[in-house]
Write a protein that binds this ligand. Structure first.
Ligand code: AMP
Length: 610
C-alpha cells in the first residue's frame, strides 16, 4: 500500500499524491481488505466476524463502532501480559503510544508496530513536494523546527509507552529523515532527544540563533509549543547571547549529547552576532521578532487549527507577517491528512485524508439551531455529541469518498495497528475534494471544553474537579450555584479560568478569603487529568489555574444575553466553556475577586494506567 519515493523528486512526489487522491475508493477498499486479511485470526475480529468472509459489508454489519472504553480491556492485557500475540493484531506490537486524550484520567494507549514507522515516514515525505510546490528554494537553507521528546514509561509487559512523536523522533526513521544528512535542520538530533525540556529548548534556540542567516523556515508541532519557545527566548536571550559572545555553553547544560552537539555549532566566539541579537531582543517591543531574528524565514510551520486557533493572533504579533502553515493532521491512532494548500489563511485550512493511511469512515452529524453539532441517529433520536450514551448499535457510517461537502462528520478509523471502527473523537467538516478524495476542516474534538497545550479537558472531568474543590467551601456554609470556564491565552503560558458564582445560605454574595480560594484552585488542578497535570508541572506549558468569583446574578445576565441572541429558553444550559466575547465581558464586569493556584499539582512520570 506504500510505494517508496524520493522526497527530493518533486515531480514524482506530486504524481504520487495525484495517484493516491484520484484512486481513493479503490485504495480504501484495498486497505480494508489488507487489514482484515492480516488480522482475521485475532481474538478481537474473531469475536465479531466468527469466521465470516472479511468483506466490507460483513465488516460493517458485524464489527461495532467503538470508543476507547470498549477496547481498553484488550489494551490493558497487552500492557500487562507477556504476550500480546493476536489479541488485536497479528503483527508484533513494538510499543504503546500514549495519547493526549485520556480515559479515567490517564492517557489512552494505542498499540504500534515497526511497520507503522514506515507509514509515518511515508506520510512525512508526502508533505515535502507539497511545500516545495508553493515555496521555492527551501533546499537552499535550514529549518529551525523546535521538537521535543517526553519520558517513556515501561509497562508490566515490557512494552514501552511513549507519545507518538517521541516514538518517531527516537526511531532510525527520524535520524535518517529527508535532508537530515545534509544538515538542513538547525536542531541537532541530540537536543531533540534530551528529555530535560529546559535544556532541550535552550540548546535548540541557541542553535537556531547561531544559524539564523541560513534559516528559511521555523516551527514546532503545535502553535502553543512555538509560543512557549518565544516566551523562553524572552527569558533567556541574554544568557544565549553570552554563550554566543564567549563561545562557551552555559554550565547548567549538563546533558552530554546537548553539550557536544551544540559546541560543534557554536564553534568559537562571535561578539558581532551577540550584539546583533541583543539589539533585536533588547528593543522596546517584540512585535515581528521572528522575522527580525530569522530574516530569511518564509513561513512558520505550526498547527493553528482546532484548539490551536486561539493562538493565531499572538503568533501574528510575533511573526512579522510571515505566513502560518499547518501542514498535517494526525494522532496517536494514525496519521490522517495533509494540507494541500499550505499557504492558505489559517481559517481556511483543510486537510485531505491520505487514503492509504487507514480505512476511514464517517458518522454523519447535524448542526441544530443553536449551532450545536449533534449525532444523526436513525429514528430521529438525536443525541448531543456531548453525551456519552449514544446508541452505538445504530450508528451508520459513510465511506471516505461518499462524504458531502458542507456536512459535519465524526471520524472513525480502522488502522493497521489494531483499531477497528474506532471513534477518534474528532469532528470534521467536509469542505470539498482534491481529485476524488475529500478535504476536511478540523472543527473540534468531541466533548473537549478546555485546551491550552496538548491537554483536552472535557465537561465531565471539569465537573468532577469542580465538585472536589467546592467541598472546601461548603462546610463554610457557602454554595457554588453556577460555574463556567475559559482558556485564557492572553499571556504565555495560557491558563484555565473558572468563573464561580458563590452565595451564602441567605442568597447573598460572600467574602471568601484568599487562602481558601487558592486551595480551591489547587484542588481543581489536582482533580484534572494526568495530561493537564503533566503540562502544568513538568512541561510548564500551562499556568496556574484561576478562579474568578462573580457577583450573584452574573450567570443570569449571561443567560439573558444568550436568549437575546436567539437561544431557546427551554434548551438554554449554562455553557461550561465561554466562547462568546460578550458573555466573557459580562462575567468579567461582575468579578468580586480573582484567585490563583499557589501550588503545582502532582504528576508521577512513571505511573501508567495499566
Ligand atoms: P494525540 O493522539 O495526543 O497525538 O492527539 C491527536 C489529536 O490532536 C487529534 O485527534 C486532534 O484532536 C488533535 N490534532 C492533531 N492534529 C491536528 C490539527 N492539524 N488540527 C487540529 N487538531 C489536531
Amino acid at each position: 500500500m506504500m510505494s517508496s519515493f524520493d522526497p527530493n523528486d518533486k515531480e514524482a512526489g506530486i504524481k504520487l499524491l495525484e495517484d493516491l487522491t484520484s484512486n481513493a475508493s479503490t485504495i480504501q477498499q484495498q486497505v480494508l481488505e489488507e487489514i482484515l486479511t492480516r488480522n482475521s485470526e485475532t481474538e478481537y475480529l474473531k469475536r465479531f466476524l466468527h469466521g465470516h468472509s472479511v468483506d466490507k459489508e460483513n465488516f460493517k454489519k458485524n464489527v461495532p463502532v467503538v470508543n476507547y472504553e470498549d477496547i481498553k480491556p484488550y489494551i490493558q492485557r497487552i500492557a500487562n501480559d507477556e504476550s500480546s500475540d493476536n489479541i488485536l493484531l497479528s503483527q508484533p506490537i513494538t510499543e504503546l503510544l500514549t495519547s493526549s486524550g485520556t480515559s479515567g484520567g490517564k492517557p489512552k494507549m494505542m498499540p504500534s508496530t515497526a511497520e507503522d514507522l514506515d507509514r509515518k515516514t511515508f506520510f512525512y515525505n508526502l508533505q515535502v513536494p507539497v511545500m516545495n510546490k508553493y515555496v521555492d528554494g527551501l533546499d537552499q537553507g535550514k529549518a529551525m523546527y523546535l521538537l521535543f521528546t517526553k519520558p517513556e514509561i515501561p509497562t508490566p509487559s515490557g512494552l514501552m509507552a511513549r507519545p507518538v512523536l517521541t516514538s518517531y523522533y527516537k526511531s532510525s526513521h527520524f535520524r535518517n529523515r529527508a535532508f537530515n544528512k545534509y544538515s538542513l535542520y538547525t536542531s541537532p538530533d541530540e537536543t531533540i532527544l534530551c528529555h530535560d525540556s529546559k535544556q532541550s529548548m535552550f540548546c535548540q534556540l541557541l542553535c537556531g540563533l547561531v544559524q539564523r542567516e541560513q534559516v528559511l523556515r521555523v516551527g514546532a508541532v503545535f502553535a502553543s509549543a512555538f509560543l512557549r519557545a518565544i516566551k523562553f527566548l524572552e527569558n533567556y536571550w541574554q544568557e544565549m547571547c553570552l554563550n554566543i559572545r564567549t563561545g562557551q555553553i552555559t554550565d547548567w547544560i549538563t546533558d552530554q549529547g546537548c553539550r557536544n552537539s551544540v559546541s560543534r555549532i557554536l564553534s568559537g566566539q562571535n561578539p558581532k552576532l551577540a550584539d546583533l541579537i541583543e539589539n533585536e531582543c533588547g528593543g522596546k517591543s517584540w512585535e515581528g521578532i521572528v522575522k527580525r531574528l530569522w530574516p530569511r524565514t518564509k513561513y512558520i510551520e505550526v498547527i493553528v487549527t482546532g484548539s490551536m486557533a486561539q493562538y493565531i493572533h499572538t503568533l501574528e504579533f510575533y511573526s512579522g507577517g510571515v505566513p502560518l502553515v499547518s501542514t498535517m493532521y494526525g494522532s496517536s491512532e494514525s496519521f490522517f491528512g495533509i494540507n494541500f494548500k499550505p499557504l492558505s489563511n489559517p481559517a481556511d485550512v483543510s486537510y485531505t485524508l491520505i487514503p492509504n493511511m487507514a480505512y476511514f469512515e464517517f458518522l454523519p452529524l447535524e448542526e441544530d439551531e443553536n449551532r450545536e453539532i449533534t449525532q444523526e441517529i436513525p429514528g430521529n433520536n438525536c443525541v448531543s455529541t456531548n453525551n456519552h450514551c449514544e446508541d452505538m448499535e445504530n450508528l451508520e457510517t459513510v465511506d471516505l469518498v461518499d462524504v458531502k461537502p458542507g456536512r459535519y462528520y465524526e471520524l472513525v478509523v480502522t488502522t493497521y495497528t489494531g483499531l477497528y471502527r474506532y471513534r477518534v473523537g474528532d469532528i470534521l467538516m467536509a469542505t470539498g475534494f482534491h481529485n476524488n478524495t475529500p478535504e476536511f476542516k478540523f472543527v473540534h474534538r468531541r466533548n473537549v471544553v478546555l485546551s491550552i497545550d496538548t491537554d483536552k479537558t472535557n465537561e465531565e472531568d471539569l465537573l468532577n474537579a469542580v465538585t472536589q474543590a467546592k467541598s472546601l467551601i461548603e462546610p463554610l456554609g457557602f454554595l457554588l450555584t453556577e460555574y463556567t470556564s475559559y482558556a485564557d491565552t492572553s499571556s504565555i503560558p495560557g491558563h484555565y479560568v473558572l468563573f464561580w458564582e458563590v452565595i451564602d445560605k441567605a442568597g447573598n454574595d460572600v467574602k471568601l478569603d484568599d487562602a481558601t480560594m487558592e486551595e480551591c484552585c489547587f484542588k481543581v488542578e489536582q482533580g484534572l487529568d494526568s495530561v493537564y497535570r503533566r503540562c502544568r508541572r513538568k512541561d510548564k506549558s500551562i499556568g496556574a489555574l484561576e478562579i474568578r468569583v462573580v457577583k450573584h446574578g452574573a450567570f443570569d445576565m449571561v443567560m439573558d444575553f444568550c436568549l437575546s441572541q436567539g437561544s431557546s429558553v427551554n434548551q438554554y444550559k449554562t455553557p461550561r466553556c465561554i466562547k462568546s466575547q460578550e458573555s466573557l465581558r459580562i462575567l468579567d464586569s461582575m468579578v468580586l475577586g480573582k484567585f490563583f493556584s499557589q501550588k503545582t499539582p502532582s504528576w508521577e512520570p512513571h505511573k501508567q494506567d495499566n
